[in-house]
Design a binder for this molecule. Structure first.
Ligand SMILES: Nc1nc2c(ncn2[C@@H]2O[C@H](COP(=O)(O)OP(=O)(O)OP(=O)(O)O)[C@@H](O)[C@H]2O)c(=O)[nH]1
Ligand SMILES: [Mg+2]
Length: 458
């Protein structure tokens, strides 16, 4: 499984802070700590587990005191990793905490690899694979929504669901395998029909959860929204207004924005990655032309586009070509400069892009922005049904996809009257897919890949 050595890392972010934590895990965690820690009252004696001890860290070689610290000792198995864990809470100076770590390593610990603490927690059965991965999502969550989803998975909601599905599948598998072991009990027609119903019901459940992935992904990674339109209509002004700060340059000169600028905003609990782009127009300038190509490319990639039009001017050929380019794409028409007299034929716009709602705003005066944000959120979450269990991880989605495909094959084998052995093979494959998710079966390289994404000290 893994080498039972003792690992250590700084568990808090680099930089100055109130406290910084050096985390140590493994059989030598306590002996190493005892070499460098000195309890403030008397001798170290029996350091109680799951208790904070006040004292100093000193270099055992020179006797020099490095810092005044709190030490938390958590003896196995009730610790994050399931091994003996010690955490030294020292003052949060980057130099200081590195010195403490240096001492710990000098006393025999090895620097931990990315995610190694969480990997050990998994290998020791403290967490299953879904929960371990969700720890990473929790750390990375940027909004309430993302955090809620991750926390649900850390607590094991998805694992429980997959576990129940696996149990149901095992029940079915037992029936099918009985028919293999006792050929005279080859599955009866009636039983086949009953089994088919059960397998199909399982498959439906999986399909429904796979559909929740898109929804979960929006919350985890943020929805990508591209602001597009011809030059000078106020795209950058709108970008700044939505952001609430003067992030990009705004000028009356057409062709101000040349590159794609990216920033994050939250629409309630939904994180959004917002792109400001170069105005789309025919241009001889090679730099600007690259920008224009990029705008169109990003508009195609995004989950939704905000097509900005200048409400004070009539429709131009560029406006037409942009509306054409994003036809069929999820989006809104943002008619900007509502503080100026209306010069745009709104009826024409609605008739030309009937699938996109039209919203009038003034980026300059901040009018209509709340309505725009509300409509954008609705649009992004449209048709994405909230399900009790939400998939957020592409690995889980792929494994469930494989399980679903195998179940579909099993249904077909049952309908076509194939021998029980063949039905069992498909069911077994579906079971493997489910077990891969929670890590009942997992290969080393899958684990490597998963934990490499973690930070050091986690
Ligand atoms: N009156 C009025 N002027 C606006 C509004 N929004 C933007 N403008 C003006 O329109 C001009 C162009 O604004 P930008 O935000 O730079 O437009 P853009 O679409 O990003 O332009 P490019 O980057 O060149 O494609 C500037 O002079 C802005 O001050 C608005 O709501 N009302
Ligand atoms: Mg601009």
């Amino acid at each position: 499984m893994y080498k039972e050595d003792t690992i250590a890392a700084i568990a808090t972010p680099v930089g100055e802070g109130g406290v910084a934590i050096v985390r140590i895990s493994g059989p030598e965690a306590e002996p190493i700590t005892r070499q460098i820690f000195c309890r403030s009252r008397g001798k170290n004696g029996n350091l109680r587990s799951h208790t904070l001890h006040h004292g100093t860290i000193r270099d055992p070689e020179t006797g020099v005191v490095l810092d005044e610290v709190l030490l938390a000792l958590m003896r196995k198995p009730r610790s994050y990793t399931g091994e003996d864990v010690a955490e030294v809470h020292c003052h949060g100076g980057p130099y200081l905490v590195r010195q403490v770590l240096r001492l710990v390593l000098a006393c025999g610990a090895r620097p931990a690899e990315h995610g190694e603490f969480t990997k050990r927690a998994f290998l020791n059965g403290r967490l299953d694979l879904v929960q371990a991965e969700a720890v990473l999502d929790l750390i990375r969550a940027r909004t309430e929504g993302g955090m809620r989803l991750a926390l649900g998975q850390v607590r094991g909601e998805l694992s429980k669901w997959v576990g129940e599905l696996r149990e149901e599948l095992l029940d079915i598998l037992v029936q099918v395998e009985a028919a293999i072991d006792f050929p005279e009990e080859e599955i009866e027609l009636l039983q086949r029909e009953e089994l088919r119903g059960k397998v199909e019901a399982l498959r439906q459940k999986i399909v429904a959860i796979i559909a929740s992935y898109e929804w979960g992904k929006l919350f985890r990674e943020g929805a990508r929204v591209c602001i597009a339109g011809r030059s000078n209509v106020g795209k950058s002004s709108l970008f700044n207004a939505l952001l609430g700060e003067k992030r990009v340059i705004v000028t009356p000169v057409p062709g101000t924005t040349r590159d794609v600028i990216e920033e994050s905003i939250n629409l309630g609990d939904l994180p959004v990655v917002l792109w400001d782009t170069a105005g789309i127009r025919a241009t001889e300038d090679p730099v600007e032309r690259i920008g224009v190509d990029l705008s169109l490319q990003r508009a195609a990639e995004a989950e939704a586009v905000l097509v900005v039009m200048d409400g004070s001017e009539s429709v131009s050929p560029e406006d037409r070509s942009i509306l054409d380019a994003v036809r069929g794409k999820k989006g809104l028409i943002v008619v900007n400069k509502s503080d100026l007299p209306l010069g745009l034929d709104l009826n024409w716009v609605s008739a030309t892009a009937p699938e996109k709602s039209l919203i009038q705003v003034s980026a300059r005066d901040g009018i209509g922005l709340d309505e725009l944000k509300h409509a954008l959120r609705e649009l992004l979450l449209d048709a994405q049904t909230e399900s009790p269990i939400v998939l957020t991880n592409v690995r889980h989605k792929a494994a469930l996809g494989r399980a679903g495909t195998s179940l579909a094959a099993a249904v077909r084998a049952l309908v076509d009257g194939f021998p029980s052995e063949l039905v069992a093979v498909d069911l077994q494959a579906a079971k493997d897919g489910l077990e891969e998710i929670i890590g009942v079966v997992s290969s080393d390289d899958i684990l490597e890949r998963i934990f490499a994404n973690f930070c050091l000290g986690k």
